[in-house]
Design a protein around this ligand. Structure first.
Ligand SMILES: *Cc1c(COP(=O)(O)O)cnc(C)c1O
Length: 391
């Protein structure tokens, strides 16, 4: 009878909804920091975003996480891709994507990469400068081009504003130049800023883009494609809106301003894969700099150079759990293992971790599926790139 009761308990435990990647981590010993991604969670997120985005096509921003299993899964679900280099294009092709499903959205392209893309049949590119249009005209004659607009910062947690895009006035003159170079001006693109937590934060940006869209049409450019980029948020410490609802609200803002855009595409990266992954890491050292110090230094076996680059300026604050449960916590400075003093993760805002935490303990860093494996160096200080397991 005891055995029977135990069996029932075990079955009940099994139906408690624990994420697959977290149970995998709990059951597995790793020798090195390892990112575990649940491909089923990526698929669910894709379906939810696709539902909310309605008529907008999804082009997954490959740089967020180019694991082949993720690309294959998304290809099977009918996703399109936005690639930034020849190598990313080749990853998409290897995952079964057709050239027609791939756009080359980087505004800073190598001529040989443009020629390669053109040769295999990729037709859609982005540009924000005359010299880039000239490269396209030379290496991808007749290509469709979206002009990328520089938009003002919206309050995103990881803004991308200044590096990419051009002013409204320049966008209009680039459209004329593109047409004169024999390129097909298809429309406008922009990026609202990564991790834009609220749909309403898109409104100002969309107003700016809509004004340029109208001016371009008035100038005789028959624009058809609006590329709204990425920016779809992931839940780190604080909850964010469900992906389908978030996407639906963004599309309401888009549709109200661009009723005449025949085609709309979105390029989610973070919002598609971040929550599907977590990193299993280990504490290497817990110390104080002086016996009187009120806070501890906690050094992990992963840092800024081995996957956690987005802790730069403490922009992304990952949730970290330990096996100590609800035990009493105290303030810590959290740092990585490399011999670079920049490799401190959280210092301005101290991190609360259990007082019992010690070297050798497992920590789990949550919502790490985006911008971690691609941000780890190849061997700085002899630390290998981040291991990735897709389940
Ligand atoms: C990185 C990038 C994205 C993805 O942005 P997220 O904020 O991660 O969704 C989309 N479009 C372009 C052009 C990008 O460079």
């Amino acid at each position: 009878m005891n055995a029977n009761v135990t069996g029932q308990l075990a079955r009940q435990d099994a139906i408690v909804p624990v994420s697959r990647h977290l149970s995998y981590i709990a059951q597995t010993a790793f020798e090195r920091p390892t990112l575990v991604v649940d491909s089923q969670a990526v698929a669910r997120q894709y379906a939810a975003l696709a539902q909310g985005l309605g008529r907008a096509r999804i082009h997954y921003a490959v740089k967020a996480n180019p694991a082949p299993q993720i690309l294959r899964r998304l290809t099977r679900m009918g996703a399109n891709f936005d690639a930034a280099s020849r190598a990313e294009i080749e990853l998409c092709l290897a995952a079964g994507a057709k050239p027609a499903q791939i756009t080359f959205g980087n505004t800073i392209k190598r001529p040989a990469d443009i020629a390669f893309a053109h040769e295999i049949g990729i037709t859609h590119f982005a540009a924000d400068a005359t010299a880039e249009l000239e490269k396209l005209a030379q290496h991808a004659p007749g290509a469709h081009v979206c002009i990328r607009l520089l938009v003002e910062a919206t309050g995103a947690d990881w803004p991308l504003s200044r590096k990419f895009g051009c002013s409204a006035a320049m966008a209009l003159s680039l459209m004329d130049e593109a047409r004169d170079l024999g390129l097909e001006v298809s429309g406008l693109s922009f990026h609202v800023g990564s991790q834009t937590r609220e749909p309403q934060m898109w409104a100002d940006t969309l107003d700016q883009v809509a004004a340029v869209w109208k001016a371009a049409k008035d100038a005789g450019h028959g624009l058809s494609l609006l590329n709204i980029g990425g920016g779809f948020p992931a839940s780190y410490g604080t909850e964010v809106m469900a992906p389908n609802q978030y996407a639906r609200e963004v599309m309401e803002l888009v549709n109200a301003r661009f009723p005449d855009a025949a085609e709309i595409m979105a390029e989610p990266g973070r919002g598609l894969v971040a929550e599907a992954g977590a990193i299993a890491a280990e504490v290497l050292l817990v110390s104080r700099k002086d016996a009187d110090d009120l806070h501890r230094w906690v050094y992990l076996d992963i840092g800024k150079f081995s996957g956690l680059a987005e802790t730069m300026d403490e922009a992304i604050r990952y949730r970290i759990t330990t096996d100590h449960g609800e035990a009493q916590t105290g303030p810590c400075i959290l740092a990585g293992p490399s011999c670079d003093s920049a490799d401190v993760l959280y210092e301005k805002q101290l991190y609360q971790l259990p007082l019992a935490l010690k070297a050798g303990d497992r920590v789990v860093i949550h919502a790490c599926g985006a911008y971690t494996s691609t941000y780890s160096t190849v061997g700085f200080n002899g630390f290998p790139p981040l291991d990735v397991v897709v389940i």
